[in-house]
Design a protein around this ligand. Structure first.
Ligand code: ZN
Length: 256
């Protein structure tokens, strides 16, 4: 597996059964229609994550997706009207080469392209912020771009992205805490209205609740000194039941 994808998997857990991966025949047909070979990192990404929403923000188009809004080839039909009214674009558009070939869009309506210059494995990313700064070139592959955003090395086309969402560490709270990767980013839980000023105080609270309540351990991963959300599937199947009884458990411990 490509190293950048291996790394990405540790940050954004892939689905157990990725959707719209596409058969070998579908990939071949897509490549024939596009008249080019698709990059290896993209191929591996789609096999791991499939189509649909990636990391709550990106919609990566795949040859296997049935909906036009997520299909790599069919989406190009929609892009024709997007480009139709543009004058003086600094890039050529696929099928011109090198040209922009769209591989995804996001929840805010921004677009993500390959610049099809040279060998597919050397294609770089161009982003288009439709309501802001327009096009920007990134000297990296598609997976490296997505990884860079998650690692906060590349600024996402949305101010508060990427958010982190994980189980709220307050006792008896079944809610989700939201925050960001930065050390100074605050965390909050809408369900119990708890707030934490920074990552450190949030991490400390998780550590404390895990010592008290081992049934919560599978909800978190510990990496680089911080807690991260574990895949939902690894959570204790009785999570809700156990969390609801946490204060009762404490009281009976005190009574002992
Ligand atoms: Zn909470």
């Amino acid at each position: 597996m490509i190293p950048s994808l291996e790394k990405l998997i540790t940050i954004v857990p892939p689905p157990k059964r990725p959707k719209a991966v596409g058969s070998f025949a579908r990939w071949r047909t897509a490549e024939e229609k596009l008249g080019l070979k698709l990059p290896e990192d993209y191929r591996q990404f789609v096999h791991v994550y499939g189509g649909g929403l990636f990391a709550d923000f990106y919609l990566v188009h795949t040859p296997g997706e049935r909906s036009v809004y997520g299909n790599l080839v069919d989406y190009l039909g929609l892009m024709a009207s997007h480009f139709a009214w543009r004058d003086g674009l600094q890039f050529n558009i696929h099928p011109s080469r090198p040209g922009l070939l769209v591989w995804g869009h996001d929840e805010n309506g921004n677009y993500y392209y390959w610049l099809t210059k040279g060998e597919p494995d050397r294609w770089t990313v161009v982003t288009e912020e439709t309501r802001g700064n327009g096009f920007a070139k990134h000297n990296c592959s598609m997976v490296e771009y997505l990884l860079g955003v998650q690692l906060l090395k590349i600024k996402a086309l949305a101010g508060s992205y990427p958010p982190l969402v994980m189980r709220c560490p307050s006792e008896e709270c079944l809610g989700w805490a939201r925050g960001a990767h930065g050390a100074d980013d605050p965390w909050h839980c809408d369900a119990c209205e708890s707030e934490w000023d920074d990552r450190e105080s949030f991490d400390k609270e998780i550590m404390a609740v895990l010592q008290k309540h081992p049934h919560r351990r599978a909800s978190y991963l510990r990496k680089r000194g911080h807690y991260y959300p574990a895949p939902r599937e690894s959570e204790d199947p009785n999570y809700a039941k156990l969390v609801r009884r946490e204060l009762t458990i404490n009281r009976s411990r005190i009574a002992e």
